[in-house]
Design a binder for this molecule. Structure first.
Ligand code: SAM
Ligand code: SF4
Length: 335
């Protein structure tokens, strides 16, 4: 049968095994974070966005090719109408070991229970400030109390290893590194500090002025806490340390100052069905064209995924200011 012709694994030409996808379920969001979006955003026309069924078909094809981990992202995944219908189906996909979600937390009080029941294993919640006025400045429209309630709700529903994500930006929230760390530690949560990436033009600031290196962030934390390098390694730009005397881990996601591309195990699917083989390059495959071609089926989709491995770039060049960076904003990319 044709099915048996498919390798169980997706392996690129550098020998890297792709077993993790980040699936963007919407480019829309109830926030407008300064590092991610412009204030006046134009979103994709709905007909260009993959339907929930198309998103499911993509996820199914990947899991049949050995993908074990799916992260749902966006935009804000929880603002997509009927997103739970998709999440429930994904949670039942054979072979899938981890179903993860990255969210801004604003809707978690409504969704936490259903996400847990659907089989979502872990949640990352973004929070860049613990001061309400500043939180609003960074997210442009977000309400801090809703996000804090969302975090409490995720904790109450027993999600394992909830991780907070904070983008540290000079002049915006660089004086809150210790406060954010303390907030996470008090609740036994993990926290990851993310270097601002040059994806698209930021409209409120020049990224050159705001980007803080994680080496600097770590030095701030070490003024108060003793950090022990963790043996946990993930195949991505995150490196974790353990805080002495605490269950929490601190992650440093350093795409700008470090390059961990040799371990890369992931690809992204944008909301219009573009399979993006690297966050920092434009190499992609149009999966939507295959999904919407009545003469093509699941085998054609899988063929395209296997073939895409040949164009996965070796690395990104975020640290190289002379290199032309993608014009895509993060909400279009799927964080
Ligand atoms: N809306 C959800 C959220 O905010 O968590 C999921 C999508 S968001 C694009 C995913 C992650 O990307 C968030 O943690 C956000 O802080 C981060 N992010 C967005 N734009 C970024 C940028 N230019 N540089 C670094 N991180 C960015
Ligand atoms: Fe929305 Fe997340 Fe982008 Fe903020 S980072 S604007 S919450 S998608």
């Amino acid at each position: 049968m044709r099915d048996s012709a498919f390798p169980a694994k997706l392996i690129d030409k550098f020998g890297r095994h792709v077993d993790y996808i980040r699936l963007s379920v919407t480019d829309r969001c109830d926030f407008r974070c300064v590092y991610c979006m412009t204030e006046e955003m134009t979103f994709m026309p709905r007909k260009e966005v993959l339907s929930l069924e198309e998103l499911y078909q993509v996820a199914k094809a990947f899991t049949e090719l050995g993908v074990k981990k799916i992260r749902l992202t966006g935009g804000e995944p929880l603002v997509r109408t009927d997103v739970m219908a998709l999440i429930n189906k994904l949670g039942a996909l054979p072979g899938l070991q981890e179903l993860l979600l990255t969210t801004n937390g604003s809707q978690l009080t409504t969704f936490a229970e259903r996400l847990k029941k659907a089989g979502v294993t872990r949640i990352n919640i973004s929070i860049d400030s613990l001061k309400a006025d500043r939180f609003r400045r960074i997210s442009r429209v977000g309400k801090l109390d809703k996000v804090l309630a969302g975090i409490d709700s995720a904790i109450a529903h027993g999600f394992e290893r909830i991780r907070l994500n904070s983008v540290v930006m000079r002049g915006y929230n660089d004086d809150e590194v210790l406060a954010l760390t303390g907030y996470a530690l008090d609740r036994n949560l993990d926290i990851a500090f993310i270097e601002e990436m040059p994806l698209g033009e930021a409209s409120d600031h020049s990224r050159e002025d705001t980007t803080c290196s994680n080496a600097w962030v770590r030095a701030q934390i070490e003024k108060k806490y003793q950090l022990v390098d963790s043996t946990t390694r993930t195949a991505g730009p995150s490196r974790y340390v353990q805080v002495m005397g605490s269950r929490s881990r601190i992650g440093f996601i350093s795409p700008v100052t470090h390059n961990f591309c040799e371990d890369c195990n992931r690809v992204r699917i944008t909301v219009e069905g573009r399979l993006l083989l690297c966050l920092g390059n434009e190499h992609s495959v149009d999966l939507r064209a295959i999904l919407r071609d009545a003469s093509k089926d699941m085998n054609d989709l899988k063929d395209a995924l296997v073939a895409s491995m040949d164009i996965k770039p070796e690395r990104h060049y975020f640290y190289d200011r002379d290199h032309v960076q993608p014009v895509r904003l993060m909400n279009m990319t799927g964080g």
